[in-house]
Design a protein around this ligand. Structure first.
Ligand code: TXA
Ligand code: MG
Length: 331
């Protein structure tokens, strides 16, 4: 059964195999599909497609590029995107996955250099948040896509997380291509986020999996709210977004020893190397390219990176937020 209305998104019954197949097709083609997990409804895009992921930030009006969780169908396909510093860290992460996946647990792991998850999905960090969500609909949808699925909660930024298809429709409207209705979510709060990159796992966000259950498997957890040695949440870590090369903002006059991060059709000459966020001035395309281009320019042998001005509207605000963090003075 499908519900259509000119100013409302399409809602389809998630039990209908044809609806799930269509959700998979839309995602493979770069679309946005809301789907139920056991925690909350997620707003999905193909995690390997930076343009599709940029649409998530735009649809949610998320003010900056907070990294997204990549959802996988099973633990093996999730861990293919991680590379741990020590085998014992990986063993511990796998034990947690074995105990709690599928389920309301997100593991932050070191990003494998060959992972095809888009840089934008992980907000340019060298870690990735991975989760195998519970519920048949989520698993079958991810299997249909055949790639990891990036998904924050399917609501406008700053509003309450959705636990029914109706909540999603009310919050996102036509910004989403299809909503798969699988009824009310059973857990109802977002997943617990646990950083397992280092010696001791750190609780980054309390959530649907209680701390006591985690500690029974992983031992005592570091708590960033209480422990100064624990990793902070990524929004606060300006240096994580910073390239090695010095970044200069609002630049229109690049020098011969600089790389130019351009935007729009009018690109000044003179830079040693240029990458254009969007030759047509499309902010969605620019958002999709930002982290990957910063990485690429940073690998070039240049004295610094000159970034052209980007308008402050729409996704431009998030782009400028990240560029100014990257340009901020460092210790
Ligand atoms: O239950 C959930 O987790 C839902 C469903 C849809 O799966 N998703 C969700 O996503 O709550 P979101 O985007 O609202 O929250 C993701 C959280 C954010 O706090 C983000 O900062 C954190 O995960 N996160 C993502 N990648 C990270 C990373 N590499 N390091 C540390 N934290 C990360
Ligand atoms: Mg959220």
């Amino acid at each position: 059964m499908t519900d259509r209305h000119p100013c409302r998104p399409e809602i389809a019954d998630a039990r209908d195999p044809a609806a799930l197949a269509r959700g998979g097709e839309l995602l493979r083609a770069g679309g946005l599909v809301a789907f139920p997990t056991e925690t909350v409804y997620g707003l999905a895009a193909d995690a390997t497609d930076a343009r599709a992921v940029a649409r998530i930030f735009e649809a949610k009006r998320r003010p900056s590029f907070n990294p997204l969780i990549s959802h996988c169908a099973d633990a093996d396909s999730a861990f293919a995107h991680g590379r741990f510093a020590h085998a014992r860290f990986e063993e511990r992460a796998r034990a947690l996955a074995h105990a709690f996946w599928p389920g309301p647990l997100t593991l932050v792991v070191p990003r494998a250099p060959d992972s095809d998850i888009a840089a934008l999905t992980g907000a340019g960090l060298d870690t990735l948040a991975l989760r195998v969500p519970g519920g048949d609909v989520a698993r079958r949808l991810i299997e249909q896509v055949g790639r990891p699925v990036a998904a924050p909660s399917a609501n406008r930024s700053g509003s309450i997380s959705p636990t029914t298809a109706r909540h999603v429709a009310d919050s996102l409207g036509r910004a989403v291509d299809l909503i798969l209705d699988g009824g009310a979510c059973t857990v109802g709060v977002e997943s617990t986020v646990l950083d397992v990159c280092g010696d001791r796992p750190a609780l980054l966000r309390p959530g649907g999996l209680p701390r006591e259950e985690l500690e029974a498997v992983a031992g005592p957890l570091l708590d960033p709210a209480r422990d100064p040695d624990a990793p902070a949440s990524p929004g606060q870590l300006a240096s994580h977004y910073a390239p090695r090369a010095r970044l200069r903002l609002n630049a229109t006059d690049p020098t011969a020893d600089e790389a130019l991060l351009a935007f729009g059709p009018d690109v000044p000459d003179g830079a040693k190397i240029t990458a254009n966020l969007s030759p047509t001035g499309d902010l969605r395309e620019a958002a999709a390219n930002l982290f990957a281009q910063l990485h690429a320019l940073d690998r070039a042998d240049v004295r610094g990176i000159a970034a052209m001005p980007v308008p402050e509207t729409g996704l431009g605000a998030a782009i400028n937020d990240r560029l100014s963090r990257a340009a901020a003075p460092r210790d």
